[in-house]
Design a protein around this ligand. Structure first.
Ligand code: PGA
Ligand code: ZN
Length: 403
């Protein structure tokens, strides 16, 4: 059995992500199986996440692979995922994968797990998650801007999450909200200045407050049409508009205290159920002020503040900075480190929200990991092929689990 999972060969190549930028795809071959995976890229990256590529970009990653990785992983037992991930760290030799790039390590790490699950003839979610797994609810970006678009809102993402009876019903209702928002914007702007961002959320030349009103209105309308409960939330990605101690929106500027009050008001007065990165990534205390004010009424999710790092999540737990964490594999670069982050959050009673990146590939490993990690939500857009690759896979997984 062990011999069957010896790595016999591997490849790394450049493919394009959904923005048309180069990223890395890897194949790992064992005697009877193959695993293939590709890594996405972010636009609003956290300061503490690993670098996606070394100096020289994706091409330098491939060069590093051919020179330093290919031979070193040949003969390694793919069943030992932890050992494989440690080996990648050793080969890289830096503390942030800056020699090989976090996207290469991510693609290799996931390809290794896929080679084993394929060889065993079990789904990736079962191999990584064992028993007691569950299907998350979808959380999808419907209107926004920030680093994902020009001329959109300052807030990066306004999100919806339908609570359907099945995953299919939930994603169907989320996409109906997306469509309704398109109609409302068309009516309001007569086609002038409307577009879509990197994740296919609507982008429009309107103020943040108006975008919030439109999402709440569309969610209410679609909810009464479909009789499905729809929750509204937001990823402020606040680090991207934090300048000189202030939060600079396109039409006004907030002090730190005003930003905290604004975040709390969205939950307490506008009925938002979730806020991600409401404060700058360094502001653990600002996060904590919001988390304690909203109590159990809202999920405060940390993305850029933790960058899927167990040590930073531990700091957040000590400071009570949030009650949930965003999980992105390529922020830390290996499956093992990601599992440590998920486990650290779980032990503190935090929920995890697994997430796509703005520059995605059609790899659906995220769907499998969302089930393996018992994620409360999966953030993977509402429409668009690379987003639906994950969401549609969850329709199949739910079918599997119901058999
Ligand atoms: P990114 O943003 O993938 O562009 O980093 C997504 C997010 O902030 O959640
Ligand atoms: Zn985010």
């Amino acid at each position: 059995m062990v011999d069957d999972f010896e790595i016999l060969a591997s490849n790394a190549r450049i493919i394009l992500d959904s923005r048309g930028n180069p990223t890395v795809e890897c194949d790992i071959f064992t005697s009877y199986s193959m695993g293939r995976s590709s890594a996405p890229s972010g636009a609003s990256t956290g300061k503490t996440e690993v670098s996606a590529f070394p100096k020289g970009g994706a091409a330098a990653s491939i060069e590093f692979f051919n020179k330093n990785v290919k031979k070193a992983i040949t003969g390694f037992n793919a069943l030992d995922q932890k050992g494989f991930d440690e080996l990648l760290r050793e080969i890289d030799g830096t503390d942030n994968f800056s020699a090989m790039g976090g996207n290469l390590s991510t693609a290799l790490s996931i390809a290794c797990a896929k080679a084993v699950s394929n060889g065993m003839g079990i789904p990736l979610y079962r191999y990584v998650g064992g028993m007691g797994i569950s299907v998350p609810e979808p959380l999808g970006n419907v209107i926004g801007g920030g680093q994902h678009a020009r001329n959109g809102t300052t807030i990066q993402e306004l999100l919806v999450s339908a609570e359907g009876k099945t995953f299919l019903e939930s994603i169907t209702v989320n996409s109906k909200v997306h469509r309704r928002i398109g109609e409302i914007l068309q009516d309001r702007l007569k086609g002038q200045g409307i577009g879509v961002g990197d994740e296919r959320a609507w982008v429009a030349a309107i103020k943040d407050e108006e975008a919030i009103d439109i999402v709440l209105r569309a969610a209410k309308e679609i909810s009464s049409e479909t009789k499905v409960k729809i929750r509204v939330g937001s990823d402020f990605a606040a680090s991207s508009y934090y300048k000189d101690g202030k939060y600079v929106y396109k039409d006004h500027t907030f002090t730190k205290d005003q930003q905290i009050d604004f975040a709390i008001s969205l939950i307490k007065e506008r009925g938002f159920f979730l806020l991600e990165d409401p404060m700058d990534e360094g502001d653990f205390d600002g996060f904590a002020a919001i988390t304690s004010a909203v109590g159990s009424r809202g999920l405060i999710v940390g993305d850029d503040i933790y960058t899927t790092r167990a040590d930073l999540i531990r700091k957040g737990i000590e400071k009570k900075s949030s009650n949930a964490v965003l999980i992105k594999v390529n922020q830390v670069g290996t499956l093992t480190s990601t599992m440590e982050a998920v486990e650290t959050a779980r032990m503190a009673g935090w929920k995890n929200v697994i997430s796509h990146r703005s520059g995605e590939t059609t790899d659906d490993f995220l769907a499998h990991l969302s089930v393996a990690f018992r994620s409360y939500l999966i953030k993977s857009g509402t429409v668009g092929g690379e987003r639906l690759a994950k969401l549609n896979e969850l329709v199949r997984i739910q079918e599997d689990l119901m058999d």
